[in-house]
Design a protein around this ligand. Sequence first.
Ligand SMILES: [Mn+2]
Length: 259
Amino acid sequence: MTELRLICASNNAAILRANLMRSQAVDHWPLSVIEDAPSAALAYNQGLDDSREELLIFLHHDVYLPPGWEQLLHQRIAEVAALDPDWALIGAYGVDEAGRGFGPVWSSSLGHIVGAVPLAPRAVQSFDELLIVMRRGAGLRFDAALPGWHLYGTDIVTQARAQGLGAYACALPLVHNDGYKDQLDEGFAAAYRYMQGKWATRLPLRSPVIKISRLGHQLWRARWHNIRSRDIRQGMAIDTALDPVAIARICGWNSVAPE
Ligand SMILES: [Mn+2]
């Protein structure tokens, strides 16, 4: 079986312990935890450089992988490889060319299961950063110049596509026990502006949370929307102290292993 490693950037041991470390997958595969990195890209490149496995799963510390997820991933990889032997990336949540989001993933900040279920690997233009699988042989790296902790899922997919490499969303159910997000902050805006400049000839790009365009007015529109929808969104968000194992069970993901 192909060798595989989990790579996680974490700044909070309690969140890591309460979520990712509850996953059976951490007993199956080695895990690198990178702490106190200045950016997601630098953390993940360090994870790449310090490992040798052919398959790397970059994931958030607030993600819980339900039982059987390891077997399911192997099936999804086989499905992608049958379609595209030189594939580069697989994500658990992605946005296709038409702007449609594919999951399914539970989101505590949104309080529901997000994303249509792809019945086959779905070519996408961006990933949510919650979980990204990379085939090392594709030769990709995260962009060290991309600041902060946002939009690297869109950047890595765009890098792949610019090189003619495939990035796919596959049905890989998981729990994202993320906290309520009030507003797109200055760190997000900095990443947005960086993407506008870097990919000027490939705009617009649709990330899972926002469209990146030449004009960039979507950033202001999203901020205004977030102000107006604050009460509703706060009401829908679920307490992150809830047990992700129980959430997975309620979602019907007691075991997601293929039959
Ligand atoms: Mn997260």
